[in-house]
Design a binder for this molecule. Structure first.
Ligand code: ZN
Length: 150
């Protein structure tokens, strides 16, 4: 078990575009295992590799219905809209209402390189969008339509 440091807002790595994973090797598996531990330790529902300082297209998610690993995720369809409050482990204390699609389908590879398609609604749809945004250097604060004062 290894907990990695979570990069906080202000670090330029969070604004960079992550590169595709091409090697599904022990180094990737170590990254995924560490991201899983780091996400759970921080009580997060999702974590993207740039948040632990690695510019690779790797995401871990658990919205309360099971742990997922998404490698090279790509959103393939979006339907409807939702307006909910959102936060981020890299922006502690910041909460804002974002507009996101209500239903999102995403394709991604697993840790062995096998492609799968996943459907997310509600929180999971938001999470798919939020985490894939991280891989393109986008923070949720760029999508906030109303800031929530805590
Ligand atoms: Zn985030």
């Amino acid at each position: 078990m290894a907990i990695r440091n979570i990069v906080k807002v202000g670090d330029p790595i969070l604004e960079k575009t992550s590169r595709k994973v091409e090697k599904f090797d022990a180094r990737l598996w170590q990254l995924l295992d560490d991201m899983k531990d780091t996400m759970y330790q921080a009580n997060g529902v999702g974590l993207a590799a740039p948040q632990v300082g690695i510019l690779r297209r790797v995401v871990t998610i658990d919205c309360g219905d099971g742990y997922m690993e998404l490698v090279n995720p790509e959103i393939i369809s979006e339907e409807g809209e939702q307006f909910e409050d959102e936060g981020c482990l890299s922006l502690p204390g910041e909460v804002g209402t974002t507009k996101r699609p209500a239903v999102v389908r995403i394709k991604a590879q697993d840790r062995n390189g096998k492609w799968c398609v996943y459907k997310g609604e509600g929180l999971k749809a938001r999470c798919f969008c939020h985490e894939t945004d991280h891989l393109d250097g986008i923070l949720f604060t760029q999508k906030v339509i109303k800031k929530v004062i805590e």
